[in-house]
Design a protein around this ligand. Structure first.
Ligand code: CTP
Length: 400
């Protein structure tokens, strides 16, 4: 995301403490942040906390002349913001916004705002299900507001139900999605991510150190840009992005089956998964005990999924990865040709800041014409955007 000016509204619920983490994340991402607290929010989290986190004064009073840059605080703040998020939004705040009220600084600023707005309601499950609250939420949507639905989970009361505030990362993702142009709208993209596990017996498997970060970044950025995303993922600790159709698999054979199922309806495939090339020829249904002597395991090749996809490619855009330790460019070129790919993303895992588990990657992009683009070390999200730029251009060519 380009550094932007983000207005964060905090209203008075127990979940207001999570707004501190949201603000911190936004600042870490390079944005300028201003916080408006309602009177009841200030009972849960004090202004000094947000002051420290934003390095800026906190706005909590409609009638404080020092809050305005020269005009009125609600007019100035709404004109300053590139986008706004209310996190958490109480039932009262939702009702006031939906009925066009302007009875405190937050409501007045939102009424004046002509930029993207994301509202994240949180409350007890019985309030969340209430008819009048539901009507107010519908009105917000009709008015062009993005509503991030509350989650089912543990509530402040200790009960479990709908109404829990989604974690800050989910709220930030909803905000960024709202702020991003939808140049991949109408495309269905299949993304694979993570490692596969090939079991020897119920307690042992062969695998690799892939964490899924690259694939999840591609899925998240594609969703932000308006694509419909099917994510086939091997075992990872990552939380799949909201809005993706997710299929969890373990072995290469399961990944192949899931990918072939999703392939028919998709326009592009970005195959980030580190699929095992070999699997034990025999899987013992019971734990294999040691005998003291050496053990040998016969391995058989797994299906090269991408190669199979390349053999019946049709109109689809196919992107593969080549993870290498030697002769990166030569291997990447060979894999592109052998698997009939439109684009191969090559990286050398011995390069610092590239490969398994890192938040950055250093890649080369080689297209079907053979031209090579060398990207510097970039966050995986940025690498994902560069790949998706190519996918968008190729898909547009195929359509025309
Ligand atoms: N891939 C696949 N199925 C496999 C192995 C790999 O679809 N059984 C895909 C990967 O997801 C990646 C690309 O093929 O997009 C290249 O994977 P890589 O492991 O670098 O290359 P391999 O084809 O396995 O070749 P080699 O082992 O000779 O390096």
């Amino acid at each position: 995301m380009q550094p932007s000016r983000i207005l964060v509204g905090v209203s008075g619920g127990v979940a207001a403490f999570k707004a501190c983490l949201l603000v911190r994340r936004l600042r870490r991402d390079g944005h300028e942040v201003r916080v408006i607290l309602t009177r009841s929010a200030a009972r849960f989290v004090g202004a000094p906390t947000f002051h420290a986190l934003t390095s800026h004064r906190v706005y909590d009073d409609m009638w404080d002349p020092s809050a305005a840059e020269g005009g009125e605080p609600h007019v100035d703040l709404s004109a300053w913001a590139d986008a706004a998020i209310v996190y958490p939004a109480t039932a009262d705040l939702v009702a006031r916004v939906a009925s066009g009220r302007s009875d405190d600084l937050l409501a007045a600023t939102l009424l004046c705002l002509e930029r993207p707005l994301v509202v994240c309601p949180a409350m007890h499950a019985r309030m969340y299900r209430n008819f009048f609250f539901g009507e107010a939420l519908k009105k917000l949507r009709l008015g062009g507001v993005t509503v991030l639905e509350a989650e089912v989970g543990e509530l402040a009361s200790g009960e479990v139900g709908e109404g829990r505030l989604p974690e800050p990362d989910a709220a930030v993702e909803a905000l960024y999605t709202r702020m991003t142009a939808k140049d991949l709208g109408g495309l269905r993209i299949l993304v694979t991510a993570g490692p596969t596990r090939e079991h020897l017996d119920p307690v042992r498997f062969l695998s690799n150190p892939s964490t899924g970060k690259m694939g999840y970044a591609v899925a998240r950025m594609a969703l932000r840009r308006g694509a419909r995303v099917s994510l086939v993922t091997g075992p990872t600790d990552l939380v799949p992005p909201r809005g993706a159709e997710v299929e969890r698999v373990e072995s290469a054979a399961q990944m192949a089956a899931a990918v072939h199922r999703a392939y028919e309806g998709c326009d592009a495939v970005v195959m980030c998964a580190a699929v095992a090339d070999f699997a034990p020829a025999e899987v013992s249904p019971r734990k294999v005990h040691k005998t003291g002597g050496p053990v040998s395991v016969e391995l058989r090749p797994t299906e090269d999924i991408l190669r199979s996809l390349g053999e019946r490619k049709g109109h689809r855009v196919l992107v593969g990865f080549a993870m290498e330790t030697d002769d990166l460019e030569g291997s990447a070129r060979r894999k592109r040709a052998a698997k009939n790919l439109d684009l191969v993303v090559g990286n050398d895992v011995t390069t610092q800041g590239a490969g398994f588990g890192t938040d950055t990657n250093v890649v080369i992009l080689i297209g079907a014409t053979g031209t090579i683009e060398r990207l510097p070390r970039l966050p995986k999200e940025e690498v994902a955007h560069r790949i998706l730029d190519r996918v968008a251009a190729l898909a547009a060519e195929r359509r025309s």
